[in-house]
Write a protein that binds this ligand. Structure first.
Ligand code: NAD
Length: 476
């Protein structure tokens, strides 16, 4: 693999193709150029779509798809350090977190390989009605067609893997438009798949403008399935423009964690100190709102604040760093404005809120009210907002007081409370005595309300990327 090759041409139907223009990929930490990638013109996207469409007439048998994915998983493992370094460089993600992301991608490819081997239709119980008597029926699961994958900046390896691996498992050619800030990792994965034996026409990588390149994928009739991870504004706009095609949306969140008075407060404080600030809070399930029962508020914060202050801020390539930069200076300014607004409206910043060498320090804001931006909007920064409640009913109302619904969590030692909260919280996933940031790649993962309309994880995504055809045999 050539992770050291810092200039990437376009990948059009498996062929490296010179672009007319190149995008400079810059480190969010020090703004140095860490790579360049081809910027796709409409003609490039058109060719990628043509090649992908043609690929459908050369299907790959399931056992070969599984072998490709198994080889890809091994190759990700062998190249783990290079892949993690590329993430650290282009995304500004600290190495510790970048390595975890790469290890997750190994699972994603491995689970997708299992799905490829097991993908099957089902026998339909025809004799269950008089109309079906004398008939045998079963279903086939066939590739849905060309997949258009549009991905965000924040997990440039594993979220791209969550698109490419199920597409390969399902037998679908895929055209990937990676985020312009972090496109290098997507090329690395596509190259791994090609080297693992994926037929060339099955993969294209076309970085470029979201509205132009992404828009072409969304509107082209040859694309049968759009899999999108990113912001709600872009995602729901795609759904409107996609007309007849199937659209899978994985969007944002304002992740709540309820801490009840009977909880293990030390465990809760540790979970918050880790998962509100990992990758500077730029994960869709970073802990954002800490909803704590009033009588343990002080004790929780006494445990939490020193842990947050102990986090090391700095260079993502430094092995010790816990918290690096936000993806752009504009995002940093936006988050600082929201902190200032919360302060003006009566909240108090217990720690953080200022810059250290240009990086926003991990911040804890107390006395937050649900209508403040730091609570009801997605912060996507290293900020935990603390809200208090009297009883569990109020905690659940606070947790639900957002348009988002991806994952939520509760720390409590009472099983009854845990189950009551799990049933009443309107989220795609509820984590009990675990950070709501937890995700394992075999889980169904996705949101309700404004957070999305699908479940990812190879087992679920592969089914979404196939169509069932029923075959009925008459045997009178
Ligand atoms: P974004 O929505 O700005 O961009 C995502 C992708 O969409 C990029 O590749 C971008 O170029 C493309 N795009 C932009 N405009 C487009 C258009 N008009 N048509 C088609 N494509 C277009 O998101 P981002 O800032 O890269 O990522 C952060 C967001 O992603 C956050 O809201 C976060 O919560 C969300 N996210 C969700 C999940 C999840 O699994 N639910 C995971 C990670 C990130």
């Amino acid at each position: 693999m050539q992770t050291k090759a810092r200039t990437r041409d376009l990948l059009i139907g498996g062929e490296w193709t010179r672009a007319n223009e190149y995008i400079s990929v810059r480190s969010p930490y020090n703004d140095s150029e860490v790579g360049r990638v081809g910027k796709a013109d409409p003609e490039h996207v058109e060719r990628a779509l043509e090649r992908a469409h043609e690929a459908l007439s050369s299907p790959i048998p399931a056992y070969r798809r599984a072998e490709i994915l198994e080889r890809a998983a091994r190759s990700v493992e062998e190249n783990a350090e290079d892949l993690a370094r590329t993430i650290a460089l282009e995304a500004g993600k600290p190495m510790k977190a970048a390595r975890l992301e790469v290890s997750r991608a190994i699972s994603t490819f491995t689970f997708a390989a299992v799905e490829a081997r097991q993908l099957a239709g089902e026998l339909v119980p025809m004799e269950s009605s008089p109309a079906g008597a004398g008939k045998l029926a079963f279903t086939l699961r066939l590739p849905i067609g060309v997949v258009g994958a549009i991905t965000p900046f924040n997990f440039p390896v594993n979220l791209v893997a969550h698109k490419l691996a199920p597409a390969v498992a399902a037998g679908c050619p895929v055209v990937l438009k990676p985020a312009s800030a972090t496109p290098l990792s997507g090329f690395n994965l596509a190259e791994i798949l090609l080297n693992a034996g994926l037929p060339e026409a099955y993969i294209s990588v076309v970085p470029g403008s979201g509205s132009e390149v992404g828009g072409m994928l969304v509107e082209d009739e040859r694309v049968r399935y759009i899999t999108f991870t990113g912001s709600g504004t872009v995602g729901w706009g795609i759904q409107e423009r996609a007309k007849k095609k199937k659209v899978a949306l994985e969007l944002g969140n304002s992740t709540p964690l309820v801490v009840h008075s009977d909880a293990d407060l030390e465990a809760a404080a540790s979970a918050i100190a880790t998962h509100a600030y990992s990758y500077a809070g730029q994960s869709c399930i970073s802990i954002q709102r800490v909803i704590v029962q009033r009588d343990v508020h002080d004790e929780l914060l006494e445990r939490l604040v020193p842990k947050v202050e102990a986090l090391k801020v700095g260079d993502p390539l430094d092995e010790e760093t816990d918290v690096g930069p936000l993806i752009t200076p504009e995002d940093r300014e936006r988050v600082m404005d929201w902190i200032a607004e919360a302060r003006r409206d009566g909240a108090s910043v217990l720690t953080g809120g200022e810059l250290e060498n240009g990086i926003l320090r991990p911040t804890v804001i107390d006395g937050v009210r649900p209508e403040m931006k730091v609570s009801c909007e997605e912060v996507f920064g290293p900020v935990a907002s603390v809200l208090t409640y009297q009883d569990l009913k109020e905690a659940i109302e606070l947790a639900n007081s957002t348009n988002y619904g991806l994952q939520a969590g509760i720390f409590t030692r009472d099983l009854g409370n845990a189950l009551a909260a799990a049933q009443a919280m309107q989220f795609g996933g509820v984590l009990v005595n675990e950070a709501p940031t937890f995700r394992a790649d075999q889980m169904p993962y996705g949101g309700t309300k404004d957070s999305g309309n699908t479940r990812e994880g190879p087992h679920y995504a592969v089914r979404e990327m196939t169509e069932e055809r029923v075959i009925v045999l008459n045997h009178p």
